[in-house]
Design a protein around this ligand. Structure first.
Ligand code: ZN
Ligand code: ZN
Length: 722
């Protein structure tokens, strides 16, 4: 037991072990979920997502981010192509090499690629140790503070403290910004003292005795929730200690003071439970060196400009209506336009990849959820049941059991397999109100779900195809840098060791076929099977967990899924869950932040706007509008009540990619002066040529470029020359 300078008994427990359990529980509970569940935490760090703190350091491979090569490689030089197509391809290649420069300052990338907890083992140690040092500093300064949990998170760490009310005033201390400054000063002192970090293994009884002696009730709860032995304590010099699983730096002087910053204080309920104590959470950020901290701060500035909640409102994309309830998304016409393009593209990409699209109900008899097991192990995430003809019905939190029922609908032969069933399935999951966050954490969302039922011999090639499709779809949206993680058999799991090793080999083999580097999270798989998770890197260097491919040995067993083998025996098929976006809502939020609301031409809710200079041309503009709309171009005509400069500004603010200024001259010549939001003036286009070009650029998911590259104009230009 240690006492601090003021004689007050202190002890802190960083919750590595607890979080490890929570992290496991999340993969246990959420097939196809896109984020860690973290139900213990009521509020969120700046990124809104806690990283999985459970990553065993020993298994972390070197940092990776795979850059996918140009996907446009299937052009065959020997096949004669129409001139137009050739030029288009050139243009596409050119754009892929030199993406158009965006003039909005919001889209600047940070100067350096920031390391992550997964990619940089030492950084993780720095963050974890810094959280101990902060807790020590807080208790040095405010001896009444009780410590609870303090994990590392993406970009830093936090620690939750409970400040008991003063016996006289009944008020408890509220930390202010100036308190944070004092705390940081104290931390710097601890760092300079060069205190060694030392591990001690104790029995559960000894840990309990020490905690009771300290009188820290939250820690006792944590100790009780730790189910694994042994219990380890980490000492910071002789001055402070903490129940913790590590890892840490060797001594406090290895913490780069200048690369540590305390950022904010937020309220958080103990265990994320509104009925429990309100804690104060201090968020900090910590890096290897001051340059990284600077780059991170720059990234935060960028992130603020891109916040999807702010842009969602400003661009009128979606809303959350508190009258309807938290976490339920209303897609406004412009947001819906983008969503429907995303969904159409998703469906066609899947159909082309050999999937069948299916639809299943939104509710089902609770018995289905009893069979699947969700009613036992996922109950906290499910909404209340409803009564239907004296039976209990459940609104679905997952689509998987429905696909299992469809599989069972007929006797299947090995010749029928594989089945690939995709569904944009809307599910509802209970999330605590304090955890809801814009589109990123909601209570109703649509998974871009699919289940593959295949023979064991088909598993690896099916996984390869899933990875290829994932790459194809994500890169269409501009995401071509990924961090990939393979998670293997956890301590508690279903299925034989043989089935686990076969499936894990199939996943490894698939990654090898793709040539993708990855991080190994040993023991980090779901209880029902190993999985591959894929995080995408966005334009300002943040990473977002989106895609997942998971083998499942549990549901086929529970539902008794079978196929008749070539030998006439009945066998279990392999079942694979997979999602590429994760959820449409969250992916859309990421997309808004990635583009800063500046959607590419193919996704922009309004692609093209006509700006009439005088009333006399409004009728003509309407004609062009009708023509464009018939070609499937999303087009608008400005009402023309404002000066041209203002019209242009309005169109720019609405992030419309292409606009055309229309005056008498344009009307008479049938040519439009075209302006690209990203590239400025593009010159003058004949109406038909322009509309064709718009349509075909959108189809190819590329931007409109300058007039010189548009072949239809060539003849006319030549004529003019002569
Ligand atoms: Zn620790
Ligand atoms: Zn599933």
């Amino acid at each position: 037991m240690k006492r601090n300078g003021s004689g007050t008994v202190v002890m802190a427990m960083s919750s590595v072990i607890l979080l490890r359990l929570a992290g496991r529980a999340s993969s246990f509970l959420h097939p196809l979920t896109t984020r860690s569940r973290s139900s213990h935490f009521a509020s969120y760090p700046l990124t809104a997502f806690t990283s999985r703190p459970s990553l065993p350091i020993s298994s972390v491979a070197r940092p990776m981010s795979t850059t996918i090569a140009d996907a446009n490689t299937n052009s065959d030089e020997n096949i004669k192509q129409p001139q137009k197509q050739k030029q288009k391809q050139k243009q596409k290649q050119k754009q892929q090499q030199n993406p158009p420069k965006n003039k909005t300052p919001a889209v600047e990338a940070p100067p350096i690629e920031l390391p992550t907890n997964e990619s940089d083992e030492n950084l993780l140690k720095i963050r974890h140790t810094t959280s101990h040092i902060m807790a020590q500093a807080v208790q040095d300064l405010y001896p009444e503070a009780q410590t609870t949990i303090g994990p590392w998170i993406d970009n830093g760490f936090y620690y939750d403290f409970y400040f008991p009310p003063d016996p006289e005033t009944q008020e408890s201390r509220k930390l202010t910004d100036s308190d944070l400054k004092q705390i940081k000063k104290r931390m710097d002192k601890i760092i300079s003292s060069n205190l060694p970090m030392r591990e001690e293994v104790v029995s559960r009884e000894e840990a309990r005795r020490r905690i009771e002696e300290l009188g820290e009730p939250f820690k006792l709860e944590i100790l009780d929730s730790i189910k694994t032995e042994p219990i380890t304590i980490w000492h910071t010099g002789d001055e402070w200690w903490d129940l913790c699983g590590g890892p840490h730096v060797e001594s406090t002087s290895q913490i780069p003071k200048k690369a540590v910053q305390l950022r904010s204080v937020a309220g958080a309920y103990w265990r994320g439970d509104e009925k429990r104590e309100m804690l104060q959470r201090i968020y900090g950020t910590a890096w290897n060196e001051v340059q990284e901290l600077k780059a991170y701060k720059k990234m935060l500035e960028e992130a603020k400009k891109r916040d999807h909640r702010m842009l969602g409102k400003k661009l009128n994309l979606y809303s959350i209506q508190e009258d309807a309830g938290g976490g339920l998304v209303f897609w406004h016409p412009k947001g819906s336009a983008i969503r429907s393009i995303i969904e159409d593209y998703w469906k066609s990409a899947h159909t082309q990849a050999g999937y069948d699209i299916v639809y299943t109900p939104h509710i089902a008899n609770l018995d289905l959820w009893k069979t699947s097991g969700h009613n036992d192990f996922y109950r906290d995430g499910m909404f209340q049941q409803m009564d239907v003809d004296n039976d209990e019905y459940q609104i679905k939190p997952m689509n998987c059991p429905f696909h299992c029922l469809m599989y069972k609908d007929e006797l299947r032969s090995y010749r029928d397999l594989p089945f690939r069933w995709g569904e944009l399935g809307t599910v509802y999951r209970y999330e605590r109100s304090g955890t809801l966050h814009g589109l990123m954490r909601v209570r109703g969302f649509t998974q871009d779900d699919a289940h593959i039922f295949c023979l064991p011999s088909q598993l690896q090639s099916e996984i390869v195809d899933v990875l290829t499709l994932t790459e194809e779809i994500l890169s269409r949206f501009g995401f071509d840098k990924y961090d990939i993680m393979l998670s293997t058999q956890p301590d508690k799991s279903v299925g034989s060791d043989k089935i686990w090793s076969d499936a894990t080999e199939a996943l490894e083999g698939a990654l090898a076929t793709k040539g993708w580097d990855y991080t190994l999270d040993e023991g980090g798989g779901a209880f029902y099977g190993p999985k591959i998770d894929l995080k995408i890197r966005d334009a300002i260097g943040r990473s977002w967990q989106c895609s997942t491919v998971q083998c499942d040995f549990n549901l086929p067993e529970r539902f008794g899924l079978e196929y008749v083998s070539a030998e006439g025996t009945k066998e279990r098929p392999c079942m694979v869950h997979r999602a590429i976006f994760g959820s449409i809502e969250r992916f859309f939020g990421i997309l808004v932040e990635n583009t800063a609301g500046d959607f590419p031409l193919w996704l922009a809710p309004t692609q093209f706007k006509l700006l009439p200079v005088t009333d006399a041309v409004v009728g003509y503009c309407k004609e062009v509008e009708r023509k464009a709309a018939r070609m499937g171009i999303r087009v608008e005509v400005d009402r023309g009540t404002e000066r041209l400069g203002k019209q242009i500004r309005n169109a720019e603010q609405a992030r419309i990619p292409v606009m055309a200024v229309v005056g008498m001259k344009e009307m008479e010549s049938g040519k439009l002066a075209v302006r690209s939001r990203k590239l400025g003036d593009l010159g003058s286009f004949a109406v038909d040529a322009l509309l064709e070009e718009l349509k075909s650029c959108a189809e190819d998911a590329i931007e409109m470029t300058t007039m010189g590259e548009v072949e239809v104009e060539v003849d006319e230009v030549d004529e003019e020359k002569e």
